[in-house]
Ligand binder design. Structure first.
Ligand SMILES: Nc1ncnc2c1ncn2[C@@H]1O[C@H](COP(=O)(O)OP(=O)(O)OP(=O)(O)O)[C@@H](O)[C@H]1O
Length: 254
């Protein structure tokens, strides 16, 4: 059923890579729907296709088949120029490596995606305040902790008010305290500001912040479940491992 609230819809997405004679299906018919304000986590073993999926949603590579519809716009047929414009206006990215400009302050980094466009002072203040960066705004990245650098990266992704925030292993370089802090922040952004988030992670503790987990295996979504089915991250880890194990058994018997 189509929801009017749907921010992201992926239909039968396929992506192949060639290794010599061999053709590898990185994505093999992935379909997914995310409503406004929903937070989904995409989990899966190494090589299951997580990054490929996020890169396709983000218009960083093209699909071989299928559709990617973001707020009603199908970007799957777009060329490089249109994809660049679409990314700039509609998507926000947060990566494991914060990718901040080392010679710019936190505030200058946050304003980078605006490309000179004005942001109102109150908009910027609100964002700095929300991300707990007010007293760090004039610091350069090397004077910030890992968690603070990731907060700056999140603020930079949010400054253009994107339709979807695409997040790739956001806590991979952080200790457990900073990890929890970033997870809480992402959760609150959904609850309070109706941010729509698609996040790739292999960490059950990080996935627990989401509303729903989709499990990828060999380029297919093989299962998905609401995180509310799990009382805590340990239960989520067990549930995820069971799905992965079941999938391995199925592959063996094929
Ligand atoms: N540029 C590429 N050229 C060739 N093959 C690729 C390329 N990118 C990914 N692949 C292959 O596609 C499959 C999916 O890769 P992908 O990086 O999406 O997996 P992943 O789940 O993100 O893995 P990881 O958790 O290790 O980052 C793998 O078999 C990988 O080797």
């Amino acid at each position: 059923m189509k929801s009017d609230n749907r921010t992201l819809e992926i239909r039968s997405l396929e992506k192949y890579y060639s290794h010599g004679e061999q053709k590898i299906a990185a994505l093999d018919g992935v379909s997914l729907a995310v409503d406004k304000g929903d937070f989904v986590a995409i989990m899966g073993a190494s090589g299951s296709g997580k990054s490929t999926l996020l890169h396709l949603i983000g218009g960083l590579t093209n699909a071989d088949r299928g559709e990617i519809i973001i707020n009603g716009t199908d970007i799957s047929g777009y060329g490089d120029h249109d994809l660049t414009l679409f990314r700039r206006n509609h998507l926000g990215f947060v990566f494991q490596a914060y990718n901040l400009m080392p010679f710019l302050t936190a505030e200058e980094n946050i304003k980078l995606p605006l490309l000179g466009k004005k942001v109102t002072d109150s908009q910027l203040e609100k964002l700095l305040d929300r991300l707990g960066l007010k007293d760090r705004r004039h610091h350069r990245p090397d004077a910030l902790s890992g968690g603070e650098q990731q907060r700056v990266a999140i603020a930079r992704a949010l400054i253009t008010e994107p339709d979807v925030l695409l997040v790739d292993e956001p806590t991979g370089n952080l200790d457990s305290v900073a990890e929890e802090d970033i997870c809480q922040l992402l959760r609150q952004l959904c609850d309070e500001q109706q941010c729509t988030i698609a996040m790739v992670t292999h960490e059950p503790a990080v996935a627990f912040a989401a509303d729903r987990v989709h499990v990828l295996s060999d380029g297919k979504i093989v299962d998905s479940f609401a995180t509310s089915e799990c009382d805590n991250e340990a239960e989520l880890a067990v549930k995820y491992q069971q799905i992965v194990h079941q999938q391995k058994q199925l592959t063996k018997t094929r």
